[in-house]
Design a protein around this ligand. Structure first.
Ligand code: ZN
Ligand code: ZN
Length: 443
C-alpha cells in the first residue's frame, strides 16, 4: 500500500476505533469472554443442584456470595410469604455509584418438580420433598439457573465498568417464580421501602423459540395474567340405578365444562386473547354410585384486567346457574375459589422497550435482536411494575436453541429434555443485560 493511502487508512481506522459504541462493544466482549469459563461452571453447578420454589436455600446462598464478591452490599434472605407459611430466600444486592437513576435487575432462582432426562454430564439427579411433602425429581427445566448466572455475570461486568455508569444498581435473586408468589413475597418484605424504589426494572428469560446468541422482545402486553380457579360442584348422591333420587354432579360438571368454553368464544371480543382450560376433573368412586361432588381445576389466561375480570365473573355466573338449572338445592350450590398463586399480566413499557432494544442492537447486532409475539405463559416479574410507584419494566428473552435446529423438534421449557445451548446464551444474556443497564445509567 502506498504511504499516503496507508496513512489515510490508519486515520480512518483510528477514527472508527474511537467511536464510543465500537470501543464499548469491544470492551464488553472482552469482559464477558474473560468471565465465561467461570460463569459456565457456576451455571453447571446450579443446574446439577436445583431447588424447588421456597426451598432455594443453597442456590440463594451461592448467588448472595457471588454478588458480595462482585462488590455489592447484600441482604439475604429477604421475602415474606403470607402468614409465614414458607421461607423466602430472596437476595437483594445494592451497588451505589454516585448520583443518578436506580435500576433493578431481577433473576429467578427456583427449579421445577421434573425428573431430568437430558443425559447431560451436569444433569440433575436431585430429589427432594415439595411443599406438599411428596418426594419429586427436581430440574432447572425453565432455565432459572441461566437467569441467575446471567445476573451474576452482569453484576461482575458492571462492577468492572463502574467508571461508565452512575446511580444505584439493585440486583435481585427472586424466590418462587414458578409458584407465582416470589415477587409478592419480596414486595411484602419491604423491597420498595427498605431499598430505593427503582426508576426502571429489567429481567430476562431463556426462550427455546429463539436461537442462542439472539434475544427477543415484545413491546406492551408480553405475558398473560394467570389465575387458577378451583370449583367444587356439589350434587346430591344416589344409587347409580336410581338417578332421579339425586342430583348428579358428574352430569352437571360435564355441562359446566362445555358451557365454560363459550366464555372466550362468545363473550370476549375476538381481538382480545383469553384462555379457559379445565385441566383437572375428579369425582366419584365406583360405577354405580352417583357421588356427592365433583372437583374441577381451571387455569385462566388473559392480558388486560378487563378481560380477566370478565372471564372470572362469567365462570362464576355459568357455574352457579348451571347448578341451579339442574335443580341443585340452595345449600348445595358450587364452591368457587381463586388461588393465591395469581400472576398478573406483564406489560413491557413501550418507551423503555424501544430505548433498550436500540442498546441491545448496538452490542449484539440488529439481526440478533428479534421481535417476538406475546405468550399466554405467566411471569411474576409483572408484579414489580404494578405497585403504586408504577415502575416501568422491561422483560426480554434470551435465545437458548441450537442455531439452525428445527423449532418443532426443540424440547420446550418445562420439558424433562430441555437443554439450552448454554455458553452462547450466557454470553448474549450478560452482554444484553449489561447494555440495558448502561443505557439507563451510562455516564
Ligand atoms: Zn417456568
Ligand atoms: Zn421461568
Amino acid at each position: 500500500m502506498p504511504g499516503s493511502a496507508c496513512r489515510i487508512w490508519s486515520i480512518v481506522l483510528s477514527a472508527l476505533l474511537s467511536l464510543p459504541h465500537l470501543s464499548f462493544s469491544q470492551d464488553l466482549n472482552r469482559l464477558v469472554s474473560a468471565e465465561l469459563n467461570s460463569l459456565s461452571a457456576f451455571y453447571k453447578d446450579l443446574h446439577a443442584n436445583p431447588e424447588l420454589s421456597y426451598f432455594e436455600k443453597n442456590t440463594s446462598a451461592k448467588i448472595a456470595a457471588e454478588l458480595r464478591s462482585a462488590g455489592f452490599e447484600v441482604t439475604y434472605p429477604v421475602g415474606k410469604y403470607p402468614g409465614g407459611k414458607y421461607t423466602c430466600y430472596g437476595v437483594v444486592a445494592v451497588m451505589k455509584n454516585g448520583p443518578g437513576p436506580t435500576v433493578m435487575v431481577r433473576a429467578d432462582m427456583d427449579a421445577l418438580p421434573i425428573e431430568e432426562k437430558t443425559g447431560l454430564e451436569w444433569a440433575s439427579r436431585v430429589r427432594m420433598k415439595d411443599i406438599s411433602g411428596e418426594e419429586v425429581g427436581v430440574m432447572h427445566a425453565c432455565g432459572h439457573d441461566m437467569h441467575s448466572t446471567t445476573l451474576v455475570g452482569t453484576a461482575r461486568v458492571l462492577s468492572q465498568l463502574k467508571s461508565r455508569w452512575s446511580g444505584t444498581l439493585i440486583m435481585i435473586g427472586q424466590t418462587a417464580e414458578e409458584r407465582g408468589g416470589g415477587a409478592r413475597a419480596l414486595l411484602a418484605d419491604g423491597l420498595y421501602e427498605r431499598w430505593p424504589v427503582p426508576d426502571y426494572a429489567l429481567a430476562l428469560h431463556v426462550d427455546t423459540g429463539v436461537e442462542a446468541g439472539k434475544v427477543g422482545y415484545c413491546p406492551g402486553w408480553a405475558w398473560a395474567s394467570v389465575d387458577m380457579v378451583d370449583i367444587t360442584i356439589r350434587g346430591v348422591g344416589a344409587h347409580g340405578a336410581r338417578p332421579h333420587q339425586g342430583r348428579d354432579p358428574v352430569v352437571i360438571a360435564a355441562q359446566v365444562i362445555n358451557a365454560l368454553q363459550t366464555i372466550v368464544s362468545r363473550e370476549i371480543n375476538p381481538v382480545d386473547p383469553g384462555v379457559v382450560t379445565v385441566g383437572s376433573i375428579h369425582g366419584g368412586s365406583k360405577h354405580n354410585i352417583i357421588p356427592d361432588e365433583v372437583k374441577l381445576q381451571l387455569t385462566v389466561r388473559s392480558f388486560t384486567e378487563e378481560v380477566r375480570q370478565r372471564i372470572l365473573s362469567s365462570i362464576e355466573r355459568i357455574t352457579l346457574n348451571t347448578c341451579r338449572a339442574a335443580g341443585v338445592p340452595q345449600d348445595r350450590l358450587p364452591i368457587i375459589s381463586g388461588s393465591v398463586e395469581y400472576t398478573p399480566g406483564l406489560y413491557n413499557d413501550p418507551e423503555l422497550t424501544a430505548s433498550t432494544v436500540k442498546a441491545l442492537e448496538s452490542v449484539l447486532g440488529e439481526a440478533n435482536v428479534v421481535r417476538i409475539k406475546p405468550t399466554t405463559g405467566g411471569e411474576d416479574f409483572s408484579e414489580y411494575g404494578r405497585t403504586e410507584h408504577k415502575v416501568p419494566i422491561f422483560y426480554f428473552r434470551v435465545g437458548s436453541a441450537e442455531p439452525g435446529s428445527d423449532p418443532a423438534s426443540r424440547p420446550g421449557l418445562h420439558s424433562s429434555l430441555f437443554k439450552p445451548v448454554h455458553e452462547p446464551a450466557i454470553t448474549a444474556g450478560v452482554k444484553a443485560m449489561t447494555a440495558a443497564v448502561l443505557n439507563l445509567m451510562g455516564r
